[in-house]
Design a protein around this ligand. Structure first.
Ligand code: UD1
Length: 391
């Protein structure tokens, strides 16, 4: 049995890592990891491979940055000969980035079986490139692995055959739970001057921003930065800045919202994008997270860190109904008031969404083997997990 997994951008890496670990338990399965090269620098890619113990990708398509159409098409052109040459039994794609859709389309045209991990999420906002990527990938996939019940309902409403849908939990949470102890050894809190003389962690917040809808328009970006700047007068806020956001802030001339450092214990402090373990550590101890990322909404739910999502919608409703997430939109006053409320309130205990227990990748591997190569499963030991819910 041969599997090709295609990854490309930062949020893909923590989703594929636990699956690779599971597949390694089956020496009879040949696994080929393909990196599209959508993300290529150390901060967005290589450091994640290091932190997550991912093997070097056997193949790197080195596509680099470009417009959505160019990037998607270029990945398809470069991946097609790889899939023809390797002829895998399964092609795995994760999440909702351009590399996900490009790989799914390429595999579908070659009549290869497609596995989509993190299927079914919907924001119902097609101005988000990720929403387009998710919907199209789900139409093409043969195995749809879903993180939360709402995702199953979405796929059913879209007429996807229920036999292809599996609610298995969240592979990104598998990574979080398995890396939390290593993250606790990160020196990031010391490096940022966040450990007081009494050895206690000083209170701080974190901010991440990269969605085109938030960072490409002057009024929106300025409003967000102004409100976080105001919040940061009481609570220092650390901002590991995405390269596209850094570029937008520079070109729009908005650097005046930044403090020189967090040493004064207030202000909005820009730092380099962090690796997986450093960011996990910083998030784990934060008093508040402000973000437009999908993954951080899920991670803060598991860590019990209050999260304010700077968007009008979310494709991850379980993080609100069961977790610590709140949608606050983009109105600067609304963001400020919501943050003040969080800082006044006691921390709300989070309930973990169903099956977010660190076992999702085990469930996925078991289901795939049952369907594609059941004899391997019979021979294997140690893949016993709690039951899987089929859609
Ligand atoms: C992509 C994903 C988004 C994901 C995000 C995580 C899509 C449509 N978007 O957005 O869903 O949440 O990754 O970061 O796939 N750049 C670098 N170094 C790199 C890669 C990119 O500096 O290694 C810069 C380039 O200027 C590039 C810009 O970042 O043009 C945007 O990169 P791109 O991959 O197009 O999208 P992201 O905004 O990172």
């Amino acid at each position: 049995m041969k599997i090709v997994s295609v990854v490309g951008a930062r949020p893909n890496f923590m989703k594929i890592a636990p699956l690779l670990k599971e597949w390694r338990q089956f020496p009879a399965i040949e696994h080929i990891l393909v990196h599209s090269g959508q993300h290529y620098d150390d901060q967005l890619s290589t450091s994640f491979f290091r932190d997550l113990g991912l093997p070097d990708p056997g193949i790197n398509l080195q596509v680099g940055s470009g417009s959505h159409a160019w990037q998607t098409a270029e990945i398809m052109k470069r991946l097609e000969p790889v899939l023809i040459e390797t002829c895998p039994d399964l092609v795995t794609v994760v999440g909702d980035v351009n590399s996900t859709l490009a790989a799914a389309l390429t595999a579908a045209k070659l009549n290869l079986k497609i596995v989509h991990v993190e299927a079914g999420l919907r924001s119902y906002d097609t101005s988000m490139p990720e929403e387009i990527n998710r919907k199209l990938t789900d139409v093409l996939a043969d195995f749809l692995f879903v993180t939360e019940q709402e995702g199953v309902e979405n796929l059913r409403r879209e007429g996807i055959d229920p036999a292809r849908i599996f609610l298995v939990g969240n592979v990104m949470i598998d990574s979080l739970l398995s890396c939390r102890a290593a993250a606790a050894r990160s020196t990031i809190l010391c490096d940022l001057g966040l450990i007081g003389g009494d050895a206690r962690v000083r209170p701080y917040g974190i901010l991440t921003l990269h969605r085109p809808s938030n960072v490409d328009r002057l009024t929106t970006l300025k409003g967000i930065l102004a409100s976080v700047h105001a919040i940061a007068q009481d609570l220092p806020v650390f901002f590991p800045i995405h390269p596209r956001t850094r570029e937008r802030i520079r070109s729009l001339g908005l650097e005046n919202y930044f403090a020189a450092s967090g040493a004064t214990r207030r202000g909005l402090v820009v730092i380099q994008p962090l690796g997986y373990l450093d960011f996990l550590c910083l998030m784990d101890h934060a008093r508040l997270a402000l973000t437009d990322s999908g993954g951080i909404q899920e991670e803060t739910t598991v860590l019990g860190v209050p999260c304010l999502t700077l968007r009008e919608n979310t494709e991850r409703p379980a993080t609100i109904s069961e977790g610590t997430n709140r949608l606050v939109g983009l109105d600067p006053d609304g963001i400020l008031k919501a943050a003040q409320q969080v800082l006044r309130d006691e921390r709300r205990p989070a309930r973990l969404p169903k099956l977010w227990d660190g076992q999702a990748s085990k469930r996925i591997v078991r289901i795939l083997l049952e369907h594609v190569q059941p004899d391997l499963l019979l021979k294997s030991k140690g893949v016993s997990v709690t039951p899987v819910c089929s859609g």
